[in-house]
Design a protein around this ligand. Structure first.
Ligand code: CP3
Length: 321
């Protein structure tokens, strides 16, 4: 999730102004930014400093990420003619800096695993179709149900984009991967199953031979959790809206989970934050297959020292569990 920039003064210091896509193109800078939270917090894994729109931008779709706004697309996806703008990704040619950053990081991280990632076909499609962030995703849903054949072609191409991008990150040394379908929770289970599941399943199936853990995440996905697992993920990420014990009940005992402290909780005084973090651990009740994290990205005004204490608490009390 969008973590680093949200909490660290050292991030703001090196990030510079302008589009994050510029920072991502600089392997020295992207390596440094990826390492910052690991250094400061002592977390158990690093997540590559990149963004879900990097592959679409790299093939020339015309995407930028505006600070304080998010991804914006100059000419949104409207019709079959726009499919021609979604050619296959060649990572070594189109975005060689990603592999360079991953290789550099793996050298620096030692035993700390690096998580590579991509945006899931639905969430990336939502930006390409809407042209920017949107609450209702009305244009996206209208395309999905109004022209299901074109929609299927669109998400199939975005599945290939995600797949090729993630595979190249693993080949460069990433040791776990995450598919971010952040906005999937805006869909009903039947819409998800019919119009999104096949494309996301294609991504997970195409990663199976790599033998790395595959995580699948979205927000407001309480009703979709079993479908996120069905797509072929090894681990399902859970936001804070579903208590972790209930999420595990919905997923069954064999599905590991990642989650799910509410990021807003981290703005409260420490004793309240500690209670909430302990509550997440208690709901897992010591069962194997729990990766503790926030239910979504760190909020910009979070005090880094609170996050430091959360990590320490989980390390201390998680051990006992
Ligand atoms: O924490 C990290 O640095 C990991 C790398 C990472 C980023 N984006 C960097 C970033 C990851 C894993 C993402 C994924 C991402 N990007 C998602 C999926 C996860 C999620 O948070 O739901 C989505 C939906 C995006 C699209 C995106 N990029 C949005 C909505 C924004 C926020 C715009 C803003 O400024 O509020 C971004 C920008 C972005 N990507 C930032 C970071 C650290 C924000 C700070 C910055 O621009 O420097």
């Amino acid at each position: 999730m969008r973590q680093a920039g949200r909490s660290l003064p050292e991030y703001r210091q090196v990030r510079g102004t302008g589009s994050i896509l510029q920072a991502i193109r600089d392997p020295d800078l992207a390596t440094e930014i990826t390492l910052q939270p690991v250094r400061r917090y002592g977390v158990d894994a690093a997540i590559l400093y990149s963004d879900i729109v990097v592959p679409a931008e790299a093939i020339g779709f015309g995407v930028d990420v505006q600070p304080g706004v998010g991804p914006v697309v100059a000419e949104p996806f409207r019709s079959a003619a726009d499919l021609a703008r979604l050619r296959p990704l060649e990572p070594d040619v189109d975005c060689p800096w990603v592999g360079q950053t991953v290789r550099r990081l793996v050298g620096e991280l030692g035993d700390v695993p690096l998580i590579g990632f991509a945006g899931a076909p639905f969430t990336v499609a939502s930006y390409l179709v809407e042209g920017g962030p949107s609450r209702e995703l009305a244009k996206t849903k209208a395309l999905m149900i109004g022209d299901p054949a074109l929609w299927a072609e669109l998400v199939d191409r975005l599945a290939d984009l995600a797949l090729v991008s993630i595979r190249s990150q693993v080949e460069a040394g990433a040791s776990a991967v995450q598919l971010f379908d952040s906005w999937a929770g805006s869909l009903s289970p039947s819409m998800y199953e019919r119009h999104v599941l096949p494309a996301s399943t294609k991504v997970f199936a195409g990663l199976a031979d790599l033998g790395v853990p595959r995580i699948h995440f979205g927000v407001t996905t309480g009703e979709l959790l079993p479908l996120l697992a069905k797509a072929g993920a090894d681990v399902v990420g859970v936001d804070w809206r579903v208590p972790l014990d209930e999420a595990r009940r919905r997923l069954g005992p064999s599905v590991p989970v990642q989650g799910n402290l509410d990021p807003a909780v981290c703005l409260a005084p420490w004793s309240a934050v500690a209670d909430e973090a302990r509550d997440v651990l208690a709901r897992n009740a010591g069962r194997p297959g729990h990766i503790f994290n926030l239910g979504h990205g760190v909020l910009p005004s979070t005090d880094p020292s609170i996050l430091e204490r959360v990590v320490d608490l989980v390390h201390e009390e998680g051990k006992a569990g």
